[in-house]
Structure formats: structure tokens, C-alpha cells
Design a protein around this ligand. Structure first.
Ligand code: SF4
Ligand code: FES
Length: 397
């Protein structure tokens, strides 16, 4: 049987490393963090970028962890520019300075997305787990605008910073950002472990949404504000990743190719490694990418729903983390048989928040209970790709 060849991915998310000086309790990296010795080396990343360009990828997002930990970042940026790809650096900024920014700009970097934990310096440093981090970000934001780099500022919001959405937007304006992203935490991995400390009340969410709408009206034509709402109060799910295996391909620091950053823990799927096969073969034919692509895998209520080619059944990782079955309808959907569990989870938002479990490496001997239970982390961590010889460039953090 032949299958139609899928459209090429729009974007490659290149997760260069899991190393990061910050410890955000909602980090999108897996709980079993990869170490520097398992990272792809420069030559392999260059080949992956070549293959991405040949496949038709137009956008490249350098991500992490903190991608500026890698001392070969400017080499990879220059390589991407030579391939004609639009490159975006997703960074906390705390390891950047004016000289490195100039180097990246000269190498052809097109855009920087700079993350902030809050508009309040003390609370930002508390959430990120790095004293002085917020002040460093402010300095870097000014330096990167001086280097001529376009800036998006990103605020991840939750119950412990949500009332400052107006201040966050004001900070984005003051930093001369072209775009502001206000993104509610999405609950996988570390964030799921910290859900009771992060999930806002409905009243908090509504106040923040009103503040975003007012700012959008005030800044119309001058500034774009992206707003990502939490699934837990939604009636319909988001089209996660634009649909499984439709728009985005992610490559982890160790070289696993994933349809989304959180997919590695889904059971029964063997995610291919870029050390062993090409990006084109992975995208077009690997069973893991084909498994939830399109609508053929859907059961009811999605199968006969008129929204199935709009939201693509929501998020497979959320379906698995909440129900134990990645093929079920995303519980965020009001039509889902499991939707009531979202309402049950929001009840904790009215109680005092527990302490954060910060994102950090854990020694092999440390009991799993010290970082909480996580449904999508298999016992013993994720199976590595074939390790590289030696370590990737950059300091171990
Ligand atoms: Fe989307 Fe499925 Fe819900 Fe329809 S039933 S809105 S396709 S998640
Ligand atoms: Fe993996 Fe949504 S986060 S499909």
C-alpha cells in the first residue's frame, strides 16, 4: 500500500542541549534530563541542518535547555544562514553579552525570543531559581536591540505571576520588542509535577485575558501580542504542534527526532535517531511520525467531529499523561469522555500553592520521589541514541 507523501515540516526545533543555568518549575524538557556527553556534535548538527533544508524546512528554532551553553552556536547559525533558513534563538539570555550578540548577528541570526519569568525582579529570580537572572535579561534585551536583532519577549504565566500581565506587557514595550508572547503553562513533565503550584483560578485567568485584550486594543498596529491559554479551562483543545507530524519536527540534544518536544515518553513508539537515518526518511516514513498523523487514527468522538481537521484531536501527550492512552481524545475537549478530570484538577487552584519542585539534574542514586512522580518518564530514563565520542562543546552546568 502506498501512502501520500506528507507536506514537509515548516520548522525544525533544534534542542541543542538540556543544560541550563535556570531551574524553572515548568520547563518543557523531560524530567530525565540529558547530559553533555550524549549531545550531538557540531558536524552532526550541520548535517541535520543540511537535511532539513533539503526536506523543505524554512524555519529553524535553536532551543534547549539553554542553547547559548553551546560554544558552537554561531557556527550553526552561520550554517543555517548559508542554507537560506530563517533562524530564531529561544533563550533565557543569561549567558549572552554584547560581544556574543554581535557575533550571532554577524553569523546571520534572524531573531531572538527572550524569556522572562515575571516583570517583578524578585519573583522572576525566585521562579527561575537564579539570583540576578532578571537583571541580566534586561541588560541583554537592550544589547540585542542595539545589535539590530528583532526581539520577541516571552512570559510564561501561571498563578504565581498572572496578576502582573499588564506590567509584563509594559516591560515588553519598554524593551522595544516587536512581539510579546504571554503563554500559560502547558502541563507536561516538570509543569505537570508542579501543577498545583502553577494552575491559576478561573478568576485569575479571566482577569489576565481581559488585560491582554485591553492591551491588544491599545497597541493595535504597533505591537503583536500572542496569547496562549491553559487547556484546563478550555472547551476545545489546541491543535498541538499544528497536528502530529504535520508542521514541526524536533530533534533532541541526543539526536532523537520527535513530532513534539514532550513525545519521547509516549509508550509503544520508537522515535528514530538522526545519527542513524535521514530527516526525510524519519518525517515521511517512520511509524512514530505516521502513528497520529492526519485523522485515520481517531476514535469517536473525534472521528465524526467537524473539528477534526482543525484541532487534529488536540494533544497526544496530554491524552497520555492524563488518561494513560495517547490515542484517546484530549481531555481538554468538552466532548471527551475524560473531560471531567480537567475540572477536578482546577479545584487545587483555590488552595495555597505547594512549594515548587525545581528543574534540575538528579543523581542516579537520588530517589525518584524527590522529584515527584511523572507518568511519561519511563523507569531508568529515556533510551539514549548511540552516544557520541567525547562531549559536545561548552561548559557543563
Ligand atoms: Fe477536536 Fe476531537 Fe473534540 Fe472534535 S471531539 S473538538 S476533533 S478533540
Ligand atoms: Fe506532544 Fe501535544 S505536547 S502532542
Amino acid at each position: 500500500m502506498t501512502r501520500d507523501r506528507p507536506e514537509p515540516p515548516l520548522a525544525l526545533v533544534a534542542e541543542l542541549t538540556h543544560r541550563c543555568p535556570l531551574q524553572c518549575p515548568y520547563c518543557a524538557n523531560p524530567v530525565a534530563l540529558g547530559r553533555s556527553g550524549g549531545e550531538l556534535d557540531t558536524a552532526t548538527w550541520r548535517r541535520v541542518l543540511d537535511e532539513a533544508a533539503s526536506l523543505g524546512v524554512l524555519q529553524l528554532h535553536f532551543s534547549g535547555g539553554e542553547p547559548t551553553v553551546r560554544s558552537d552556536l554561531d557556527v550553526l547559525v552561520r550554517h543555517a544562514a548559508g542554507l537560506g533558513m530563517y533562524s530564531n534563538l529561544i533563550t533565557s539570555g543569561v549567558l549572552l553579552d554584547a560581544a556574543r550578540l554581535r557575533l550571532l548577528a554577524e553569523a546571520g541570526l534572524d531573531h531572538i525570543q527572550l524569556s522572562f519569568q515575571d516583570a517583578d525582579p524578585g519573583n522572576a529570580d525566585r521562579i527561575g531559581g537564579l539570583a540576578g537572572g532578571h537583571a541580566g535579561k534586561l541588560a541583554v534585551a537592550r544589547q540585542l536591540r542595539a545589535a539590530g536583532l528583532p526581539l520577541t519577549v516571552n512570559f510564561v504565566v501561571h498563578r504565581q505571576n498572572l496578576e502582573r500581565v499588564p506590567d509584563m506587557i509594559g516591560l515588553g514595550e519598554a524593551l522595544d520588542a516587536g512581539r510579546i508572547e504571554i503563554a500559560h503553562v502547558q502541563y507536561y513533565g516538570w509543569a505537570l509535577m508542579n501543577r498545583d503550584a502553577l494552575l491559576p483560578t478561573r478568576a485569575q485567568l479571566d482577569a489576565a485575558t481581559d488585560a491582554v485584550e485591553a492591551a491588544r486594543a491599545r497597541l493595535r498596529g504597533r505591537m503583536v501580542i500572542d496569547y496562549v491559554v491553559p487547556d484546563y479551562y478550555a472547551e476545545r483543545p489546541k491543535a498541538c504542534m499544528g497536528g502530529w507530524g504535520r508542521r514541526i519536527i524536533t530533534v533532541t540534544p541526543a539526536g532523537k527526532a520527535l513530532p513534539c518536544h514532550a513525545a519521547e515518553g509516549l509508550p509503544g513508539l520508537a522515535f528514530p535517531c538522526v545519527r542513524e537515518t535521514t530527516l526525510a526518511a524519519i518525517w515521511q516514513d517512520s511509524p512514530a511520525f505516521v502513528r497520529f498523523r492526519g485523522t485515520g487514527w481517531m476514535a469517536e468522538p473525534c472521528r465524526s467531529c467537524d473539528q477534526r481537521e482543525t484541532d487534529w484531536g488536540g494533544c497526544r501527550c496530554q491524552a497520555f499523561t492524563l488518561t494513560g492512552d495517547a490515542a484517546r481524545t484530549d481531555p481538554a475537549c468538552a466532548k471527551a469522555p475524560d473531560h471531567a478530570m480537567m475540572n477536578a484538577a482546577t479545584a487545587a487552584s483555590a488552595l495555597p500553592p505547594p512549594a515548587f519542585v525545581y528543574r534540575r539534574y538528579r543523581s542516579p542514586s537520588e530517589p525518584a520521589s524527590t522529584v515527584g512522580a511523572l507518568p511519561q518518564t519511563p523507569a531508568g530514563g529515556f533510551a539514549p541514541c548511540t552516544p557520541t565520542r567525547g562531549s559536545a562543546p561548552g561548559p557543563v552546568i
